[in-house]
Design a protein around this ligand. Structure first.
Ligand code: NAP
Length: 326
């Protein structure tokens, strides 16, 4: 028995080959850095070569460029890997991408996957993205790939960075009022992802909601940011349509190199004809209603019990990113 445990812990600490997708994004970027720090060999799937992918190379990751919806590219990125993180952005195609990813993982014998989902993932979700995340979880469950764990974060603390251009102007105009959530930092999520990838068996089939430490309304969050940066911020609850217009306006336009380029790529296409509501807008409109209805509320101890450190407070997050808000 003692021998078995020793063998098991030796396996856990051995250097692993890990594929991180969404690697130039928020959670993927931190996961790459943390796995490398722990001595693992990381292959980072980037969507394009740019400053973000260069940063990953400088950290010591092997960067490969590919598209989730190109099966050959995914299969080739998976070659030789033992563990993988699946992080598909809020764009159409997640079911197809999940099937590609699971099949590629099976073909190479991957024995542990962390699947990024959402707190709002459920069968009856009105958001197409949320419902598709729920379905993607099920596809992984059917797939037979061993030891898949699903993480379901509430709104990321990084949302405050997405809104920094408006906060800089002393306002926070959002389609939220009485709903609460405990913003969860991508770096904290990455610790959970890293731990699970190192030792996936105990997490097989688990669904982990991920939260920050304290549930707050957006008005309380804006007051906290104001206190930390020492500048007044006027909070205003607006309709989703007003919010969407504000996000797309020049005053809120994201710098091109921002990690959420995939999300705000939406606005790079501004000016091109669009029919109907985009996938991202449909998602954000419906989850703003979910937020009011308490779907994003809650806290738990998963970040600390698996990730090993208490979750970051809004105060600490804003302090660490203070310059972004000034
Ligand atoms: N933000 C939240 O509050 C929140 C809350 C709960 C769950 N989630 C989930 O978190 C996930 C997003 O995670 P994140 O914020 O860490 O990522 P992220 O910052 O949105 O980055 C997404 C990454 O995916 C890459 N990408 C985009 N399209 C691709 C494609 N076709 N093929 C390959 N790579 C592609 C992007 O590269 P480029 O930028 O170069 O295109 C980027 O590196 C989503 O599944 C979302 O549902 C988010």
């Amino acid at each position: 028995m003692a021998t078995c445990q020793n063998e098991e812990s030796a396996n856990v600490t051995k250097a692993l080959n890990v594929l991180i997708t969404g690697a130039t994004g928020d959670t993927g970027g931190f996961a790459v850095a943390q796995l490398l720090e722990k001595g693992h060999r990381v292959r980072a799937l980037a969507h394009r070569k740019d400053d973000r992918s260069k940063k990953l190379e400088d950290l010591g990751a092997e960067v490969v460029v590919g598209d989730f919806l190109d099966f050959d590219a995914v299969r080739s990125a998976m070659e030789g890997m033992q563990r993988a993180y699946f992080c598909y952005p809020i764009i159409p195609g997640i079911i197809q991408a999940t099937a590609y990813f699971a099949q590629a993982a099976k073909e190479v014998g991957v024995d542990g996957i962390v699947n990024m989902s959402q707190i709002s993932a459920r069968r009856e979700a009105k958001s197409h993205s949320a419902r598709n995340h729920w379905l993607a979880e099920r596809v992984f469950d059917w797939s037979d790939v061993p030891n898949v764990a699903h993480i379901r974060p509430t709104y990321f603390a990084e949302w405050l960075l997405y809104m920094a251009p408006m906060i800089k102007q002393g306002v926070m105009q959002v389609p939220f009022s009485s709903g609460r959530h405990a913003p969860v930092a991508a770096e904290d999520q990455a610790r959970v992802i890293t731990e699970i990838l190192e030792n996936p068996a105990p997490h097989s089939g688990k669904i982990y909601p991920l939260y920050g430490p304290v549930e707050m309304t957006y008005e309380e969050i804006s007051a906290e940011i104001s206190r930390v940066i020492g500048k007044p911020i006027r909070f205003q609850s607006v309709s989703f349509d007003e919010f969407w217009e504000i996000l797309g306006s020049a005053s809120a336009y994201m710098p091109i190199a921002h990690v959420t380029r995939s999300m705000y790529g939406e606005f790079e296409r501004k000016g091109q004809p669009r029919t109907g509501e985009s996938y991202l807008a449909q998602h954000l409109r419906n989850v703003s209603i979910d937020h009011t209805n308490g779907v994003f509320a809650g806290t738990n101890d998963v970040i600390e019990s698996i990730g090993g450190r208490p979750p970051t407070t809004v105060e600490a997050f804003v302090r660490a990113n203070r310059q972004t808000f000034l």
